[in-house]
Design a protein around this ligand. Structure first.
Ligand code: AQP
Length: 332
């Protein structure tokens, strides 16, 4: 097994990112022969952004990843823009990517609607770069949240189309999704995913939120007006289901076990209190470790330098094979 996943340098990573992705990256270090994680700063340039802030947020994100348990000795941890094989493969793969497929991507539709000045070509071709990120390392498994399913399917199509056109060069990867918490929802609008850009401030729990803030946000979560209150998961109960999913994911139990643990609850207040406690327990060690790590930017750059070297070595043979198969560049 060879794992690859990327994460945006938004700095303010939320509970959905933590449960859907970051925590699973840490587990991946012990499951895979190689696990490769990348902070995708090139992806971050596809929407309006501030260059100085991007650098800061990249360090924030890296410090969160290390605080969560990524160990640069046991995985490859690097910054996307440090490894030019990623954008190079993206360009080469664009020749086997259909415009019509890109045009169907939900994320492009959602994010382009939110751009005030410019809908960049980069936002449109974002899924091609994402495919290149994974394919350039011949990864077999990609841990992501449920919102990335469509991009993973496109990535598989791109790899298959490349192999059909140019020969079996690329590995067709699989997306992997967590059993609970694959789509953590906004606490205030539980029919929308918890999100950095599209969510409500009150409904988004950040990894770095202090315990009191976490408690306040979860206690104010929208549930429903069932009287008496019914604590069970179901499509008709999005707010309660979301809290149960968060509780289950934070405690590392199944959804059924989370429901059963609430059998004696007197109301939604008890569910919220249990959920807040579990989330605080989950995130507090990460926040405390982050506070130690974040000030040392020189150390963070050292981690990135080592990671970039290893990632470039991992990507080099794949880029060479792709160039050869496509007939571009000097022949081998
Ligand atoms: N709500 C979520 N529940 C579970 N997993 C989630 N992920 C994102 N939201 C949820 C997963 O987190 C990983 C890293 O995401 P990202 O930092 O690359 O950004 P994103 O996917 O664009 O998610 P955001 O933070 O919600 O940003 P916006 O607001 O820009 O869409 C991915 O594996 C993702 O699936």
């Amino acid at each position: 097994m060879r794992i690859f996943s990327g994460i945006q340098p938004t700095g303010r990573k939320h509970l959905g990112n933590y449960i859907g992705a970051i925590r699973r990256y840490v587990e991946g270090q012990d499951q895979a022969a190689e696990s490769i994680y990348c902070v995708v700063d090139l992806h971050a340039t596809t929407v309006a952004y501030d260059p100085a802030e991007l650098r800061e947020r990249l360090y924030d994100t890296l410090a969160i990843l290390v605080a969560a348990g990524l160990d640069p000795e046991r995985c490859i941890l690097f910054r996307q823009s440090d490894v030019s094989a990623h954008p190079e493969l993206s360009w080469l793969l664009s020749s086997v990517t259909s415009w019509g497929d890109l045009n169907r991507m939900h994320q492009f539709k959602d994010k382009s609607a939110g751009q005030r000045e410019l809908v960049s070509a980069g936002l449109f071709t974002y899924p091609v770069l994402m495919a290149a990120d994974v394919l350039v390392h011949r990864a077999t498994h990609v841990p992501v949240g449920d919102d990335q399913r469509q991009h993973i399917e496109l990535m598989r199509d791109i790899a298959e189309r490349f192999n059909a056109r140019f020969g079996e060069v690329l590995v067709v990867p699989e997306g992997t999704y967590p059993p609970v918490g694959a789509r953590i929802m906004d606490l205030q609008e539980p029919t929308r995913k918890m999100s950095t850009t599209g969510g409500t401030a009150e409904g988004t729990v950040y990894v770095l939120d202090p315990p009191k803030t976490i408690e306040k946000k979860i206690k104010r979560a929208v549930t429903d007006s069932d009287d008496p209150p019914v604590i069970r998961a179901g499509a008709d109960k999005p707010g309660v289901t979301n809290l149960l999913e968060i509780l289950a994911a934070a405690r590392g139990i199944t959804l059924a076990e989370a429901e059963a643990s609430m059998a004696d609850a007197r109301g939604y207040g008890d569910l919220k209190a249990a959920t807040a406690e579990a989330v605080i327990e989950l995130l507090t060690p990460v926040r405390e470790r982050y506070e130690e790590l974040r000030p040392d930017e020189r150390r963070l750059e050292e981690i990135l330098a080592v990671g970039a070297e290893k990632a470039a070595a991992s990507a080099a043979p794949v880029i060479a094979d792709v160039r050869e198969a496509m007939g571009v560049g000097r022949p081998r």
